[in-house]
Design a protein around this ligand. Structure first.
Ligand SMILES: Nc1ncnc2c1ncn2[C@@H]1O[C@H](COP(=O)(O)OP(=O)(O)OP(=O)(O)O)[C@@H](O)[C@H]1O
Ligand SMILES: [Mg+2]
Length: 669
């Protein structure tokens, strides 16, 4: 039986006749309001299939689903949608692809696919664009998509030649995606919004389907996501959104905490409920978090208190370098767990950047401490693995358009974007795969002779290779293929260092070796490549799920990934200038977002919280001196316990004291 809701939570659960915003600090039970409200709506007679709850990560969605599962039974929750924004978008796209002019099997482009498309477009004469800036165009296009700005609008608003060129590239980029029957991650939100604007009948159908909408972590929605919420919730505003402006940490991806105040403007019947009791953290942790975040300007005033006792002082550990940091914290976890008889699942190590996990992984493994890293890159997400798998997918099924697009110019075959665009458009018109379209006369008429030759050469090679693989020694043929397509040279040309090219090639051979083992394993019978590939794709999915599975293991994750979660014991590592706050943010003056990230980290802790920093750390191969994070100096001294503290010069301490005092004064003014 879960503990009783407090009166404000109860009011939030029972407010169903008007739009509702629950605005409250960390650990105050906002997510709990959402899960309880889903159960309440169902018990009041709203069929679960008419309720949708959205959040930001798969992990959060799964967690929410399982919490709902404890409140209502399977039969009652049948048809309930609990998902991320993006999978809701994908669902809408899949069902409504026709109205948007898409074929059913929509391909999702990842970052690498996008970058290589952009490079192709630029390489083939997108005016005024520089190929070395492909990443920055990619970012710019993402910003436009997140702000629901179309290529035409972007061009009209462009104030200089550079932006205008980027806007034109954006237009070409979208046109190519369409021709390939592909979408990118941002389109998963943007296209449904566009669809709803153009087709009121389809919108009505969806409004009828989703009669109540709940959104967690609302402060992280961008403009396009807000448009989607508005469209689905309709003018009646049948929604509950919960959020905390102090935990807005996705500004770099277009999140607009202003969406919180925008709600008040757009829905005059909006009810706002604030929650003030924190049920997660010891009083001291809460006090420290509140004091840190007080250094940021505030639109909404929030108070938070806790009844969970004051707790131990928060420790600040100093280490001579990052290896020492990993060693000491690993030792502390082993020792603490032994002393308290707890579970490894009670501990989390949080950090600003993924690279910080490496030494910890090594130390934990060497000491036989079970751990899992949330959201780390799996073997299958490496570009070289995806490339080779795409070749194999295409060899067993030439109609796999996503694979076709991935390999057609990897390594380069000088098949230009205009050719691919025409190919895509033709296949789309004729509703056939790209591979099939290549051999049709109708397409060939539209292309130059050279393009036809190159496409034909590729397709002939593919057919022949597929036959050899089927009839000959499958894996020997695959190994031969790596050389035939000049993949090692391609890796050399496209890797930052020879060592990295070599590592990638090693990964490729490891993959082939592994496939060979799988193929021979089953019941003494050699399996076909198609069977093996099908198995691998499934394994990949399972593997990813398993990755998210917590248990008796220490959790390692970035601060971004930790949002919404809680752990009895938290270690916040790398509390150094240039790491947290991140160097880029210091350079661009964006300290407030970094402070919110630190706030998110601190408020994950239930019982104990330990900060750690190094006095020296390797940077670009050289050992450099590090300063403790300015955020440490913003915390109440009386609640911290510094172990082996690095001596700060007295004037430095005074300087820092002044800075935080000034910030506090300006806040109170
Ligand atoms: N009324 C209550 N009584 C006791 N415990 C509660 C109550 N409401 C919530 N909790 C517990 O408090 C903890 C924090 O709740 P929850 O995760 O919903 O907070 P949140 O506001 O969503 O936090 P965050 O801002 O970090 O996402 C959870 O362990 C939850 O079970
Ligand atoms: Mg939450």
């Amino acid at each position: 039986m879960s503990p009783k809701l407090n009166p404000q939570q109860l009011a939030a659960v029972k407010t169903v006749d008007r739009p509702l915003l629950v605005l409250a600090g960390a650990g105050s039970g906002k997510t709990r309001v959402i899960t309880e409200k889903i159960a309440y709506l169902v018990q009041q007679g709203t069929p679960a299939r008419h309720i949708a709850a959205v959040t930001f990560t798969n992990k959060a969605a799964r967690e929410m689903k399982s919490r709902v599962g404890r409140l209502i039974d399977d039969k009652q929750s049948r048809g309930l949608r609990v998902s991320t924004f993006h999978s809701l978008g994908l669902d809408i796209l899949r069902k409504e692809h026709k109205a948007l002019g898409y074929k059913a099997a929509i391909t999702l482009f990842d970052e690498q696919d996008k970058l290589s498309l952009l490079k192709q477009l630029i390489g083939h004469g997108a005016d005024g664009c520089d190929i070395d800036a492909a990443e920055s165009y990619n970012h710019k296009i993402g910003q436009w998509k997140n702000a629901f700005v179309s290529p035409e609008q972007a061009l009209n608003r462009a104030e200089d030649a550079e932006t205008a060129a980027a806007a034109r590239l954006y237009h070409q980029f979208n046109r190519s995606l369409k021709a390939y029957n592909a979408v990118d991650f941002d389109d998963l939100i943007g296209l449904p919004v566009e669809l709803f604007q153009q087709h009121p009948d389809i919108l009505q159908k969806w409004q009828n389907r989703i009669r109540y909408l709940l959104v967690d972590e609302y402060q992280d929605t961008n403009i396009t996501q807000y448009q989607l919420v508005r469209a689905l919730a309709g003018s009646l505003g049948r929604f509950t959104v919960v959020g905390d402006d102090d935990q807005s940490i996705y500004a770099w991806r277009g999140a607009q905490p202003e969406n919180l105040s925008q709600l008040q403007k757009d829905y005059n019947r909006l009810q706002v409920i604030k929650l003030e009791q924190n049920y997660r953290s010891a009083g001291r942790i809460l006090k420290v978090a509140n004091q840190l975040i007080a250094n940021n300007p505030h639109t909404f005033e929030k108070k938070l208190w806790s009844e969970l006792g004051y707790g131990e002082p928060l420790r600040v550990l100093s280490h001579k370098n990052d290896l020492a940091e990993a060693k000491q914290i690993t030792a502390e976890i082993i020792h603490h767990r032994f002393k308290t008889g707890g579970s490894y699942g009670d501990y989390a190590i949080l950090y600003r950047g993924n690279h910080q996990s490496r030494l910890f992984e090594k130390e934990l493994r060497e000491n036989n401490v079970p751990y899992f890293i949330s959201g780390s890159a799996s073997f299958f997400s490496y570009a070289e693995i995806k490339d080779v798998l795409a070749y194999l997918r295409l060899l067993v099924n030439a109609d796999d358009d996503a694979a076709f697009l991935r390999v057609i110019n990897t390594p380069r075959r000088e098949i230009g974007p205009t050719t691919l665009e025409k190919l895509g458009a033709y296949a789309n018109e004729r509703h056939i795969s790209l591979f099939r379209a290549c051999s049709e006369f109708g397409l060939q008429q539209r292309l130059s002779e050279k393009s036809v030759q190159r496409l034909t050469k590729f397709c002939d090679w593919l057919r022949e290779k597929a036959l050899k693989i089927e009839r000959g020694d499958t894996f020997a043929e695959i190994e031969k293929m790596i050389d035939e397509i000049h993949y090692p040279q391609w890796l050399d040309e496209n890797s930052k260092t020879p060592a990295s090219a070599e590592r990638k090639l090693k990964n490729v051979y490891e993959l082939i070796e592994w496939l060979r083992r799988i193929a021979g394993k089953e019941e003494g019978r050699e399996q076909s490549l198609a069977e093996v590939i099908a198995k691998v794709m499934l394994l990949d999915i399972l593997d990813r799920n398993q990755e998210e599975e917590a248990g008796d293991q220490v959790s390692l994750m970035t601060l971004h990934a930790a949002k919404g979660l809680e752990f009895p014991h938290v270690f916040l590592i790398g509390m150094e200038e240039n790491l947290l706050p991140h160097q880029n943010s210091i350079e661009t003056g964006n300290i407030e977002e970094e402070r919110r990230l630190a706030y998110v980290g601190i408020t994950r802790a239930q019982q104990t919280l330990t900060f750690s920093y190094c006095t020296h750390r390797k940077r670009y191969g050289e050992l450099a001196e590090c300063e403790p994070s300015r955020f440490l100096s913003e915390l109440p001294e009386e609640d911290l316990e510094w172990a082996n503290r690095k001596q700060l010069a007295p004037e430095e301490i005074k300087q820092r004291g002044k800075a935080s005092l000034a910030a506090l004064k300006s806040m109170l003014a």
